[in-house]
Design a protein around this ligand. Sequence first.
Ligand code: C2O
Ligand code: CU
Length: 487
Amino acid sequence: MEYDRRQVLTGLGAAALASAAGGSRLLARTAAPDLPPRPPSGAGRVHEWIFAAAERPTRLLGPDGPVSTVWSYSDDLLPIKRVRVGDTIRARLENRLGEHTALHWHGVRVPNAMDGVPYLTQPPVNKGESFLYEVSPPDPGTFFIHPHCNESGQTGRGLSAVLIVEGDERRRPDADLVMAYKDWRLAEDGRWLPFETPEGASRAGTYGTVRAVNGVAPATHPVPAHGDVRLRVLNLDATRVIEVGVEGAEAAVIAIDGNAVSPFPLDTWRMGPAMRIDLLVRAPAAGRSFRLIDYFSAEPWTLATCEARPGKAAPKRPFDPAILYAPALPRADIGKAERLSYTFSAASGSVAEAAASLAPDDPLAGILLDGLCVRDNAFWAINKAGWASDRSRRLPPPLGLLKAGRSYVFELTNATPHHHPIHLHGHTFEVLGASRLKRPRHFADTVLLQPKERIEIAFVAAEGNWMFHCHVLEHMEYGMMGYLRIA
Ligand code: C2O
Ligand code: CU
């Protein structure tokens, strides 16, 4: 195998190896990867889509189970949309729900006006209204679409779609499967349990009760024997961190948040909400199977079983994943970049702060939260400022005034004992280094800040008002959310 061994991710073990550079200003950085060639652009098709956000009663617990009031964009529980680099999407959002909504194209470098953030980039799309999004995804990869208001309630009831932008493959895989992980928060009678709780919102988030992949219970998928299977793994959960690995086959990481990397063997990869990873897996002989597993849970949990079926797949050959075409991203000039620091912490001066600073299993939190009226409180803050969702009509001042076209290095510091997947809209940043979890240097739109971790990212600023927030939905809704003004 032509792997670059220096880029191997060491997974769980590495988390324990706190970097010696922990106290210094600059984090130890891994070498900059060489970018593989860019994708040829396609024929430029135009896709006309309708996203009709509506309630569609669905039996989520199986054909004999109770009916739940699912909200979705179409009759498909989780639409999986495919386009090619160079295509144009005209997507009309029709709002048939009882509350306002919008469409956010997570990870796609869209013009600011198409970013789908009510009040910041567009007026909310009210009940009975519609809004036309026109998007020409500039980069290939695995993305997703979700509302950007009442996130835990709207995505909790189902509103999400997967967006695949094709055109990065130099060698076609023998199969291409989407594994979108997201729990449901359901009672046994099919009714929704509260999507937000003080215990969850102030700590690691409120967990679902039914674990699901692509909206349903984990399934067995047929794959061609000895074939190369591209697995697009998305963590679309509101809350849960997963750590994926493959058992029973050789697997390599080929893209992170849709961005090509030099393929490296998958040990495990830790993913917070909104993070994606593309794997290439070599299917075993007919009759045998491999499994995609989450090792972060107390008990390893199988997301998918892939069973090899005889077919006319390629004959047995060495596993040698080809590097994908990389997106044509602007590359930050790190030497000349302006440095800015952002600290993610509990909101200050309240019972909420005390609760939020407790470890996930500390029994004291229950006592502190008893009687706390949550909606009056922002639990979380970025650089001491909290922007909680219920106040989103009034825009707070931006978290930074940046210059379009300039290079920036952000130092992200997690001052809490919880995980925070940090997402910047409209940009693909380079993850330069981290103080705890070792990762190969790579491009991403969301990066997982481990408890007490420090991470450096770099990017070239693009014009617009861009959200910058934690993607644990209750964390963002309770204050760990802001935006950058770039002009
Ligand atoms: Cu998935 Cu503000 O984003
Ligand atoms: Cu968070």
